[in-house]
Design a protein around this ligand. Structure first.
Ligand code: DX5
Ligand code: ZN
Length: 221
């Protein structure tokens, strides 16, 4: 599966998010990753649907919303209406995960399920038939710029084996601390979609070079 890169817009200059979306498209990004935080499931607070909607006209890239919120059922629809193509919800926040993922698909978006570092792979086994993406957190969610947790890699490999046994395409996405030095471990374990915030927006020569070097760093895996 071709490697894709989804820059986390949370690490961009938030005073000019629209322009940053344009920059990402010109820089060769495959998607824009929106980290949505509600101050409850995670301590940080980020973007409401109006912000996403305002940026939608600046880019044709796929928008994916990573909902780090206590009650995703309450808000996922407003992010779809804002222009998000895919919605990722955390298994830790969804007592009725099957129902929530089905509702996302019924609303016309691509459903994805996310897992925190401590959550075992088996927690998503019964919903793989419903999702297009599994998002494995390689940091504890809440903030950008944290260190990659390499001990998650066996779980990435385990989920890759589970995905390979399913008869439809599922992207295996990793999120947190992804940079040149860590991407190779995640890709070797089976990831094909990399979220990166700091590594892309704080790169000394800009997002285009950052994206190109990330692709280069894993091209032989
Ligand atoms: C963590 C977010 C990540 C993170 C990525 O809560 O889901 O998307 O901000 O940022 P870096 O690449 O800086 O770890
Ligand atoms: Zn994220």
């Amino acid at each position: 599966m071709a490697l894709e890169i989804a820059p986390s817009i949370m690490a961009a200059d938030t005073a000019k998010l629209g322009e940053e979306c344009e920059t990402l498209e010109a820089a060769g990004a495959d998607r824009v990753h929106w980290d949505i935080m509600d101050g409850t499931f995670v301590p940080n607070l980020t973007f409401g649907p109006d912000v996403v909607k305002a940026c939608r006209k600046y880019s044709n890239l796929r928008f994916e919303a990573h909902l780090m919120v206590a009650d995703p059922d309450k808000c996922f629809l407003s992010y779809i209406e804002a222009g998000c193509d895919s919605i990722m919800i955390h298994v830790e926040t969804c007592p009725h995960l099957h129902k929530s993922l089905t509702a996302i698909a019924d609303a016309g978006a691509s459903p994805g399920v996310a897992l925190n570092p401590h959550t075992p792979a088996v927690a998503i086994a019964e919903v793989l038939s419903l999702v297009d993406t599994v998002l494995v957190m390689t940091v504890n969610p809440g903030f950008g710029g944290q260190n990659y947790i390499a001990s998650v890699e066996p779980k990435i490999a385990q989920i890759k084996r589970m995905i390979d046994a399913v008869d439809h395409r599922i992207d295996l996405e990793v999120d947190g601390g992804i940079k040149l030095e860590t991407a190779v471990g995640a890709v070797t374990a089976g990831a094909n979609l990399l979220v990166a915030g700091t590594a892309i927006f704080k790169h000394p020569t800009g997002p285009a070079n950052a994206i190109a070097s990330l692709r280069e760093s894993v091209q032989h895996e």
